[in-house]
Design a binder for this molecule. Structure first.
Ligand code: TGC
Ligand code: FAD
Length: 391
């Protein structure tokens, strides 16, 4: 019998993990139980972000775990990163989002494409959570097709001038640092580090979301922002720059959503044992068992996919198409499980006393950001057939 209070590991994947992996996972697991679970529903209901958790996550090593220690990271492997994302998203996708953006979309590009001076200046504070980062790729007119971006960075010899806007940007209203992608005068995509307080730079919040309500989302607006020459990322040009960052973040999501799914599954399993109808626990009905059995099967498949992808990533041979397949499969798995779990709870499934509806609403964003469900399908289709069906 599955004990809903124990870590869900039906195929003994723990045997494949090192002692270090398990220590890291358990540390984040305990922190989520202590610091996230008790407050997250209130934040979600009030549409507010628990900003005080950022420094705690920094202390825990949840930011840039794969970044070398010399720049403030922990020098861990990608399976450790995945396990951290999984445990954070068991708490809430908003918390995992903050860690994804900080680690994969801000620290990774500075580490991978930045100068030594940029790495020393920004990475240690981002790792510790003393600074918060944002990633600006999506624009009001360009979401799935970032290559069409209109934001411009023009070389003015003594400095650059940045004009344009970005939309749907996680943590933009509180970001100290934003890695922003813009086109130069040769139509080449360049990455630039924009800092809070730069004249002409603002980051208004997008309000009234029904999803990721415990996360801050906003715009990035650039009105003739003077960017010092030393803030351009020197070692990258072209759309592959932001897409390489997305590979890392999408990988983290493939793990993260397993946390949301297991939280829903465990809640539904416990409820089904306790709730009695027709004088029997609802867990005894075949239709409930079908739901639970299929959920556990899908969670197990997603865990195996994520683990194997982690091994490939550790060997630096995971392809973007493999990452797309895992992100797409695992997010759909999690959203389906949230929907089925909510049904097992009946009316109780819609209230904040249980985490299911919150996960379900969050996952509606997760299935859209970092490439929509259909965009990842097209990436797979291209990889299978060699035919580009985007255009
Ligand atoms: P395409 O012509 O296919 O590619 C342009 C160049 O990029 C290369 N490339 C990649 N490189 C590395 N990794 C990848 N995944 C890559 N995909 C493509 C490609 O080889 C080419 O290189 P080169 O040297 O020949 O120039 O590009 P396209 O314009 O046809 O567009 C296709 C694509 C892949 C961009 C599109 O399918 C796509 O992925 N759209 C989705 C956009 C997206 O995911 N946006 C996410 C925004 S960030 C976000 O959502 C954060 S949420 C954070 C949170 O809160 O957790
Ligand atoms: P669109 O691109 O307009 O797509 C609309 C629909 O059309 C989708 O169903 C899509 O699949 C479909 N479609 C598009 N093109 C095709 C095609 N060729 N063939 C078939 N169907 C197609 N972005 C950032 O840069 N940084 C962030 O931090 C960030 N955080 C986010 C946080 C939240 C809460 C959300 C919701 C989004 C965030 N995003 C961020 C933006 C996110 O990446 C985009 O929303 C996503 O890439 C999709 O873009 P879009 O919303 O403009 O949809």
């Amino acid at each position: 019998m599955i004990n809903e209070n124990e870590y869900i590991d039906y195929f003994s994947i723990d045997e494949l993990l090192t002692e270090e992996h398990k220590l890291i996972r358990n540390a984040i697991h305990d922190w989520v139980n202590r610091s996230v679970k008790p407050i997250i529903d209130k934040h979600c209901q009030e549409h507010s972000f628990p900003q005080h958790l950022i420094s705690e996550m920094g202390e825990l090593g949840a930011f840039g775990p794969f970044i070398p220690e010399k720049y403030g990271g922990s020098g861990l492997d990608h399976i450790s990163y995945g396990l951290i994302m999984q445990e954070l998203e068991r708490g809430d996708s908003a918390i995992r989002s903050t860690a994804s953006v900080q680690s994969s979309l801000v620290m990774y590009p500075i580490f991978e494409f930045g100068s030594e001076e940029q790495k020393n200046r920004f990475l240690p504070d981002l790792a510790k959570g003393k600074k918060t980062g944002a990633f600006g790729l999506t624009e009001p007119n360009h979401g799935s097709d970032p290559g069409g971006m209109e934001t411009q960075i023009i070389d003015k010899k003594s400095h650059y001038l940045l004009n344009g806007s970005k939309m749907w940007i996680t943590n933009s209203p509180i970001a100290d640092v934003a890695v922003v992608w813009a086109k130069d005068e040769n139509n080449k995509v360049r990455g630039v580090i924009v800092e809070k307080g730069m004249k002409g730079f603002s980051a208004p919040e997008i309000k009234n979301k029904w999803s990721l309500r415990a996360s801050l989302t906003g715009e990035l607006v650039f009105d003739n922002v003077v960017i010092p020459k030393e803030n351009i990322l020197p070692n990258i040009s072209g759309l592959k720059g932001p897409l390489m960052c997305l590979n890392s973040a999408r990988y983290g999501i493939a793990w993260g959503v397993i946390g949301a799914a297991t939280d829903c599954f465990q809640t539904a399993l416990q409820y089904s044992k306790e709730r009695t109808q027709f004088n029997k626990p609802i867990a005894s009905f075949q239709l409930t068992q079908k739901k639970l059995a299929e959920m556990l099967t899908e969670i197990t498949k997603a865990q195996l996919l994520a683990y194997r992808l982690g091994e490939l990533k550790n060997k630096n041979i995971a392809t973007p198409a493999q990452i797309s397949m895992a992100k797409r499969n695992n997010v759909k798995m999690a959203i389906d499980i949230a929907r089925e779990s909510r049904q097992i709870l009946g009316a109780m499934g819609i209230v904040g006393d249980y985490p299911i509806m919150r996960h379900m609403m969050n996952l509606e964003s997760v299935i859209t950001y970092e490439g929509t469900h259909d965009i990842h399908l097209l990436i797979s289709g291209f990889d299978i057939t060699g035919e580009n069906a985007f255009i």
